[in-house]
Design a protein around this ligand. Structure first.
Ligand code: PAJ
Length: 303
């Protein structure tokens, strides 16, 4: 695996690969890699001849200095894991080069940034879109792979690529979960033992909404109340939002349909966790009590 840190080198390498007739699949990350990230790497590998993974903890998408500094990092482990996963290039640009002195141009994402995580994280999605646009220009991939775990981010990236004609194909990958249903996340490492045991309630809550929708309940308020009750029963969460939204426009909907997504963000022991599930293609079956959670393999591999 090649390690590249300079942007000019990355440009040169991409040019060489393309001249050699090879396609490039790109997986942008902030490191502290887990199996969810590796699923993206596997997908990039299945789509393209070469796989570039970037690790860059992007300062402009954090809402405060402390959250940025506390973000977990483990460069040595990440390198080993990527080597093992068969990534061809690890791209780790320096913040001083990504944001050169005097850098002033940003991407503003518009209305998609106003919903869900937007109100609690002002400027976050502009920071994400700006760095993703910059990384896409550095790597110039044919395909870029993102996780559905960050549903809003995925929709925003898709829209940006379309609006700015960036000429890259965006591929979304279903959320990878631990056996108890908790969506894998670098932030899970910050949960204490007790919180870690409680955290899967988020997934059970989404499961309760999905189960009710399948049983014919279409009223958004009812579906959200059912999900909210599962989380509130635990007593340890502070819910930021729990909403049923249109899967593309991200605006709340009153009546659920197959294009709806139920999404949640909640604080648990100082850690902000997010999760979501699409009503049309739920990855799980769960009853309202959470007693019956099974991964459905045919759902786990939709395109
Ligand atoms: P990061 O949180 O490191 O996530 C990198 C990619 O991995 C994102 O596309 C995310 O959706 C995906 N991912 C995370 N957990 C996942 C899971 N459990 N299953 C499937 N995919 C998962 O998202 C970012 O970094 C940054 O915002 C970034 C796009 C790199 C821009 O800085």
């Amino acid at each position: 695996m090649k390690i590249v840190t300079r942007i000019a080198k990355m440009h040169e390498l991409s040019r060489q690969l393309r001249t050699g007739g090879l396609t490039i699949g790109f997986v942008p990350t902030m490191g502290y890699l887990h199996d969810g990230h590796l699923e993206l790497v596997r997908r990039a590998r299945s789509e393209c001849d070469t796989v570039v993974v970037s690790i860059f903890v992007n300062p402009t998408q954090f809402n405060n200095r402390e959250d940025f500094e506390k973000y977990p990092r483990d460069e040595a482990a990440d390198k080993a894991v990527l080597e093992h996963a068969g990534a061809d290039v690890l791209f780790m640009p320096e913040a001083s080069e990504v944001y050169a002195p005097g850098a002033a141009t940003t991407v503003h994402v518009g209305a998609l940034g106003d919903h869900l995580c937007g109100p609690t994280r002002p400027g976050h999605f502009d920071g994400v879109a700006t760095v993703v646009a910059a990384l896409l220009n550095m790597v110039t991939p044919d395909v870029a792979v993102f996780g559905e775990k960050d549903w809003q981010q995925l929709q925003i990236v898709r829209r940006m690529v379309r609006d700015l004609h960036l000429g890259v194909r965006i591929v979304g990958v279903p959320t990878l979960r631990d056996a108890d249903g908790l969506a894998m996340s670098s932030r899970n490492a910050r949960l204490g033992e007790k919180e870690r045991a409680l955290a899967p309630a988020l997934y059970r809550a989404l499961g309760a909404a999905v189960a009710a929708y399948r049983d014919g309940e279409k009223r958004s308020t009812e579906l959200c109340n059912l999900a909210r009750a599962v989380i509130e029963e635990i007593g340890e969460f502070r819910i930021d939002y729990l909403e049923l939204v249109d899967g593309e426009a991200l605006a709340p909907v009153e009546t659920a349909n197959d294009g709806s997504v139920v999404a949640v963000a909640a604080f648990l022991g100082g850690v902000r966790l997010i999760d979501n599930v699409s009503l049309a293609r739920p990855q799980m079956l769960a009853d309202a009590s959470g007693a019956d959670i099974r991964m459905r393999s045919e759902d786990a591999h939709y395109a």
